[in-house]
Design a protein around this ligand. Sequence first.
Ligand SMILES: Cc1cc2nc3c(=O)[nH]c(=O)nc-3n(C[C@H](O)[C@H](O)[C@H](O)COP(=O)(O)OP(=O)(O)OC[C@H]3O[C@@H](n4cnc5c(N)ncnc54)[C@H](O)[C@@H]3O)c2cc1C
Length: 523
Amino acid sequence: MKHKADFLVIGSGSAGLIFALKVAAQGNVIILSKSTMEDTATSYAQGGIAAVTYSPDNYEKHIEDTLKAGAGINDKEIVRITITESTERIKELIEWGTHFDKEKSGKYALAREGGHSEFRILHHKDNTGFEIQRALSEKVKAHPNIEILENYFAIDLITQHHFNEEVNRYRKDIRCFGAYAMNEKAGNVETFLAKVTVIATGGLGNIYQTTTNPLFATGDGLALAYRAKAHLDNLEFVQFHPTSLYNPGEKPSFLITEALRGAGAVLKTRKGNVFMKKYHELGSLAPRDIVARAIDNEMKLSGDDFVFLDARQISKNEILNHFPTIYAKCLSIGIDITKEMIPVVPAAHYSCGGINSDKEGRTTIQSLYAIGEVARTGLHGANRLASNSLLEAAVFSHRAAMHAIGVFRQNDFRENVPNWDAEGRVLNEEMILITQSKKELQAIMSSYVGIVRSNLRLKRALDRLEILYKETEDLYDKSIISKDICELRNMINVAYLVIKMAMNRKESVGLHYSIDYPEKKKK
Ligand SMILES: Cc1cc2nc3c(=O)[nH]c(=O)nc-3n(C[C@H](O)[C@H](O)[C@H](O)COP(=O)(O)OP(=O)(O)OC[C@H]3O[C@@H](n4cnc5c(N)ncnc54)[C@H](O)[C@@H]3O)c2cc1C
């Protein structure tokens, strides 16, 4: 089956939906979602969205905080664009129906999170992302020019490669003509021809054993782009959220927002000792990488599986008003956070790197854009400042949309794209082979490519991955295509890139810490 879209958007999180809403008046839009429309990392975001709204905050302060968190590896122009356009993009989200909490005076209630020098996080209780996703989804569903296809899994981008031309990473004229995607319910692969294709597939958290990311976050968009020969960068900078709820076996790990520390919660060892001041003057409100490494170190020193977050000094009223989801979740596993401390561990949370995209969201492949978490715009540098990611998605979806409106008019559909080639695939492989390889991959990444790295650990990870890679490629070539085998293949592909980029960075900076190169390189 062949579909045609002026704009093909892969992903239904905030990035994909904002893009769709912005271009839909110009042409028809198809949005693919590998799960349901609302099953996105956007829906999980708790803390909020950072933006400059009132004095004493100003753009310069937000820019400075972002550069400081990113250890100067940020792209300064991109940082300035993002922050100075934040106010406009927030207004738009509000116009589209997003509710942010307000004070009695009518002003927006602003929270402060780690690494921010001012109160600037707009939020909706502790489920801001859910609220943003709700508002955007309603708008998108009501739009006559937007078609949403749920449970459609994008497998590969279509480029000149599918016309038997040689395509390599040095070629400057690679063009994207759309994508192949599997209709999971029907079990067949369909062709999507597009004048403009947008990757908005979110993160990669599931290459690790413990992650706050939803189960779908297997780095598909990164792998798709890499196979199509796009350029990717900075994937060594994986952010581990310091405080996910310690609840063995639960997937994804439940996040305890940084805003709880902003409201006064303090990290303590299992014995009840406050420890963060040893590592940073901001104590429990230090930047995430420092907090995550400190927790990792304390756990290694004590041999404990977790540390505690003590929120008992926050009033019950404030907990119930601002953190109802966290309160209810902890209570559901027998912890009343107004009376007991919360056991927490770090979990893979956010990918600062991704598909290289410029200030208009363009990748190195023509007619292909990358927006949201899957993109590497240069905003985050070596570490993401809390709550800057929803903002990045909003700013670059807007910019990409404005640019793509100009581009799609100049493009025609590439009509003679071949159908998906399923020849030679006969095996209906046992799931156990796939699930076991997935577990092995996650163990490799968590053991050797986690918060603290070394040359030896990375080499070991690469050697182990090589075996999984060969086995999986062999299986893939023979198997009837399924989402599971494609995901595994993508995860191996993305893990390879994380390891290689970590090996190439011979210094410790931001989220990448190597015991062999403990210092940041001098420029
Ligand atoms: C628990 C948690 C809390 C967070 N809290 C905050 C916060 O407070 N503030 C903040 O700024 N950021 C926060 N983040 C990060 C932020 O939520 C994400 O970076 C952001 O929402 C990403 O949006 P996105 O549109 O790029 O991707 P997502 O919202 O993740 O959407 C990805 C979409 O891509 C689709 N997809 C993926 N692969 C395929 C495929 N192969 N085929 C078809 N579709 C595919 C998925 O189905 C989904 O629809 C948090 C993240 C998590 C996990």
